[in-house]
Design a binder for this molecule. Structure first.
Ligand code: BES
Ligand code: ZN
Ligand code: ZN
Length: 459
């Protein structure tokens, strides 16, 4: 997608979107009278999302202008700008054009980053595996070029808009990975992507293979992998712009490239969606595709344990006992609770190797979290109040819905093993999102930590 900045519109801007607010802000002179007549005759009332089309054959005017209300100026927030603009763009995608123009004054340019994000996010093409006519049809719905018409845009606002666009495009790449089925997005695809990102940005990269994982004795990750044809890997990405001056933040993403459930096989319903069980890992790749580009001044380590969870004669069996990298032993109560097994080894490895100041893990960990919160909210667990507050405020700013969840003494107790130190499930099955978090907590030692269960939002 190409962005072009213009001071004024001209006739070549054939399809022009004009966002406006309830006092007519941003409506150009030539349309003011026309719009106010529509307001008087109650054909337009500045409700969020309301829009009117104006056609013109004048030489100096766009052939088709769409005035789109963003509602009351007093109620505008960055989140509202992002979502309202995204809806408008999705509407414009139904027009048979590959180029659109958007007029923006100071009221909107305050939100330049959110505008850039909305432009990229709303222009996502999910039909990348179609061919022929269907592919063409999907392609015509993609906007290839956007002209930003803004008289008084500052250098900072231009930069912010382009930054928002980069963020949105990175999210779209994550969507492609999460949407891709297992035969097209697997351990190799994920490690290839990590190599590409590391080479482009000159990051440190280790990809630990099965032999190295065996040497390190990562029995939990290897246990999940033992019924697979594709060998497990652990991706470790290093972005250390501050060198030794700062302990890094470690971000660990669940990378189960297909979760069949293993011997505790999942029912048919929902099974075909389980190629998305690497969404946490894909999100970590998304973060790393941006760190350098956005010049983030923080040391960050990204870890992605990768494997599928398959059924085979060699698969892990319920009641098996594995020894994790930390040395703690784990009884396998259910082979479908595999995410916590691959995460616990990656978390321990991050802490022992890098002594991070904080660890964030992000995982499509439990269906129970979706039962508790629905499919729009991520569950947040953690052991540090300040860190959780910062996460919540970051989520608020970026329109991510996150809800804090508890780890109670009863959840910890429920995860004690009968024969080993821990069990990977609780007997009762109650509070499944909380007991999963209690299991992970066993591996974070004293490090500040947040666990995000993103099963719902990832779906
Ligand atoms: N990958 C699933 C969780 C999941 C479910 C993600 C639905 C997205 C949508 C996870 O590995 C799993 O199977 N969890 C089990 C745990 C149970 C066996 C304790 C679950 O949630 O049912
Ligand atoms: Zn599972
Ligand atoms: Zn899973």
């Amino acid at each position: 997608m190409k962005i072009n900045f213009q001071k004024n519109f001209n006739q070549e801007n054939a399809l022009l979107l004009i966002p406006c607010l309830d006092q007519g802000q941003n409506i150009p002179e030539f349309l003011k009278q026309w719009v106010s007549e529509r307001v008087k005759s109650q054909q337009f009332s500045y409700e969020v999302g309301e829009h009117v089309s104006i056609f013109s054959s004048d030489e100096d005017k766009p052939a088709h202008s769409i005035v789109w209300s963003f509602g009351k100026a007093k109620e505008v927030t960055n989140t509202k700008i992002r979502s309202t603009l995204a809806k408008a763009i999705k509407h414009l995608r139904h027009h048979p054009v590959s180029e659109i123009s958007i007029m923006l004054n100071a009221d909107f340019l305050k939100y330049a980053q959110e505008i850039g994000e909305a432009l990229a996010l709303s222009n996502y093409n999910p039909a990348i595996y179609k061919t022929g006519k269907d592919r063409e049809e999907a392609q015509t719905k993609i906007i290839q070029k956007i002209n930003i018409i803004a008289k008084d845009i500052s250098r900072v606002q231009k930069y912010d808009l382009e930054e928002g666009l980069k963020i949105g495009l990175a999210v779209n790449q994550v969507r492609d990975l999460v949407n891709g089925p297992h035969n097209l997005v697997n351990v190799k695809t994920m490690t290839d992507k990590a190599k590409e990102i590391a080479a482009k940005n000159k990051y440190g990269l280790k990809i630990l293979d099965k032999k190295q994982l065996e040497k390190l004795q990562m029995g939990a990750l290897l246990g999940v992998n033992q019924g697979s044809h594709e060998e497990a890997k652990l991706i470790v990405l290093e972005y250390l712009p501050l060198g030794k001056r700062q302990e890094p933040t470690a971000i660990v993403g669940k990378g189960v490239v297909f979760d069949s459930g293993g011997v505790n096989i999942k029912p048919t319903q929902g099974l075909s969606e389980m190629h998305m069980d690497m969404a946490g890992g894909a999100a970590v790749l998304g973060v790393f595709s941006l760190l350098k580009e956005l010049e983030i001044k923080q040391n960050v380590i990204g870890l992605i344990p990768l494997t599928d969870n398959s059924v085979d004669a060699t698969s892990l069996k319920p009641s098996d006992i594995v020894t994790s990298y930390s040395g703690k032993t784990i009884e396998i109560g259910n082979t479908d609770a595999e995410g916590r097994l691959i995460l616990c080894d990656a978390i321990s490895y991050a802490i022992r190797t890098y002594q991070p100041s904080q660890v964030i893990d992000i995982a499509t960990l439990t269906g129970a979290c979706m039962v508790a919160l629905g499919d729009q909210l991520a569950g947040m667990f953690g052991n540090n109040k300040r860190m959780k507050e910062r996460m919540l405020s970051a989520a608020h700013e970026t329109n991510e819905e996150i809800w804090e969840m508890p780890i109670h003494e009863s959840h910890r107790k429920a995860m004690k093993g009968k024969f080993a130190d821990l069990n990977n499930i609780s007997d009762t099955g109650l509070g499944g999102a909380c007991t999963a978090a209690a299991f992970l907590e066993e591996f974070v030692e004293k490090t500040d930590w947040i666990h995000l269960d993103i099963a719902g939002p990832a779906m």
